[in-house]
Design a protein around this ligand. Structure first.
Ligand code: ZN
Length: 208
């Protein structure tokens, strides 16, 4: 019985490491002519007011390959429309998720690190749009705004109608790529069934 228990434990530890090592290895760095990488958590311009990616040396956009491929499929339409995708967040380490939860422990806005955000799986992106010169297309709210202006069905006044049109354009493009949005954040899109992908532990990421 004791030997069986020990064997079971060893196999579990092995599987745990194999599983997460594979998850981490499968992250791919995303870049291209039609992308602007502007990770908000790699700056102090975020609701945490500090650079929480610097300790991880996280300066690039990492995503699961399937996610990266879906976004790549938009290249020709971005070119045709003279637009660029602006990446505000991609893969996010779990320890950053914990820091966010400490500041705002409200699952309407921040995912509880116990269940994790799909960003911790490399299966979500936060994006905006820019013109070909890199000037941002205005949206109804700024990124990481926690008011109804960030909601996907927020109705703009006549004076601000262009902002809602920009948001709808972003939504259409991401839908075309096969990604799914959420109702409370115009900038967030994820893989269908994103939760089936494993959370990538910070320890695995840090040793990358
Ligand atoms: Zn997001």
């Amino acid at each position: 019985m004791k030997i069986m228990m020990i064997s079971f434990m060893l196999v579990s530890v092995y599987l745990y490491h194999a599983f997460f090592a594979q998850a981490s290895d499968s992250l791919t760095s995303v870049s291209g002519d039609y992308y602007i990488i502007s990770l908000k958590y790699n700056s102090e311009d975020n609701f945490l007011k500090r650079n929480v990616y610097a300790p991880f040396g996280l300066t690039q956009c990492y995503l699961l390959p399937d996610m990266a491929d879906k976004l790549k499929s938009l290249e020709s339409i971005l070119k045709e429309k003279k637009l660029k995708l602006v990446f505000y967040d991609c893969f996010r380490p779990l320890s950053v998720q914990k820091a966010m939860w400490q500041i705002l422990p409200d699952s309407r806005y921040v995912a509880n690190p116990k269940s994790g955000s799909n960003h911790n799986r490399g299966a979500a992106v936060d994006v905006g749009l820019a013109d070909e010169n890199g000037s941002l297309l205005l949206m109804p709210s700024n990124f990481d705004n926690f008011t109804p202006k960030a909601w996907i069905n927020y109705k703009c006044s006549l004076e601000e109608i262009q902002k809602c049109e920009n948001r709808n354009l972003l939504n259409d493009l991401m839908k075309q790529a096969g990604l799914i949005g959420i109702s409370s954040e115009w900038w967030h899109f994820q893989l269908p069934k994103a939760k089936q992908y494993p959370l990538i532990p910070t320890s695995v990421w840090s040793s990358k």
